[in-house]
Design a binder for this molecule. Structure first.
Ligand code: NAP
Length: 253
């Protein structure tokens, strides 16, 4: 729940905003006063999120947009359309779009490996690059780009060689982006969620959940809103001296 209105007059973009963590981030940013562009590959789910957003705070104007983050053309079109509508680029961007296509290393086929890298890693690159280019071009004084990695990118996970590789890449991409973009006033940070209850983890078999949960000291899965809390902090000036950081949103040892 928002404690403040730290994001009044801020234009924000959230990819993967139609579901799970991305949807919770949209709701949290809007509850702090931001205008939110909810971008997702599914128009229907982006619209559903948009309808759920608080829109009565000063100057708020939300938009739902379709994007495929793995396509450079689609990402460029998205950023251009935001600038056309709002006469500015988003100064906050959260890249929550992501997919899994699991298999064991010995069986993983090339297509599954490539698709997960394209959406999770290349998608984060394309969105970070397009937003940063737009901010630099218009001389914006500050920006905050928040990528969504995963704790699994650090520790690995059986059956997810493609996903864990993509998320390790997202974290190091973010560190490099932070170093390159700090001179333009753009901060870049990565959140590393643990085991969060969303439509993505709804696919995990119950027997796996029953094995994992006893290893979590808090004894429960996290909520998407708990990841959104951290994203809102990183979006706001309360994190003004934090860049290049990875923040774990986990309850692991
Ligand atoms: P989710 O509920 O499946 O949400 C992901 C959203 O991204 C969906 O709306 C999905 O649309 C959209 N999407 C997929 N491919 C896209 C593309 N090419 N372009 C634009 N949007 C696309 O999953 P989630 O659990 O909220 O995950 C959000 C992010 O958190 C992901 O990056 C995930 O890897 C990361 N994460 C999740 C957990 C967890 O435990 N849940 C833990 C660590 C990290 P469709 O549903 O139509 O495909």
């Amino acid at each position: 729940m928002a404690a403040t209105a730290r994001l009044i007059s801020r234009l924000t973009l959230v990819t993967g905003g139609g579901s799970g963590i991305g949807r919770a981030v949209c709701q949290r940013l809007a509850s702090e006063g931001a205008s939110v562009v909810v971008a997702d590959i599914s128009e229907e789910s982006a619209n559903e999120t948009m309808k759920s957003l608080i829109n009565n705070l000063r100057g708020q104007q939300h938009t739902a947009a379709v994007v495929d983050v793995s396509s450079k053309q689609s990402v460029k079109q998205l950023v251009t359309s935001i600038q056309t509508r709002y006469f500015q680029p988003p100064s906050v961007c959260v890249t929550a779009a992501g997919i899994t296509q699991d298999d064991f290393l010995l069986n993983m086929d090339e297509e599954k490996f490539d698709r997960v890298i394209q959406v999770n890693l290349k998608g984060s690159f394309l969105v970070t690059q397009a937003v940063a280019q737009a901010l630099v071009a218009c001389g914006a004084p500050k920006g905050s780009i928040i990528t969504v990695g995963s704790i699994l990118g650090k520790v690995g996970n059986i059956g997810q060689v493609n996903y864990t590789a993509s998320k390790g890449g997202v974290e190091s991409l973010t560190r490099t982006a932070a170093k390159e973009l700090s001179r333009f006033g753009i901060r870049c940070n990565c959140v590393l969620p643990g085991f969060i209850s969303t439509p993505m983890t709804d696919q995990v078999p119950e027997k796996v959940i029953n094995k994992v949960l006893p290893l979590v000291p808090l004894g429960r899965m996290g909520e998407a809103a708990e990841v959104a809390d951290v994203c809102a902090f990183l979006a706001s000036d309360d994190s003004g001296y934090i860049t290049g950081a990875s923040i774990e949103v986990t309850a692991s040892n």
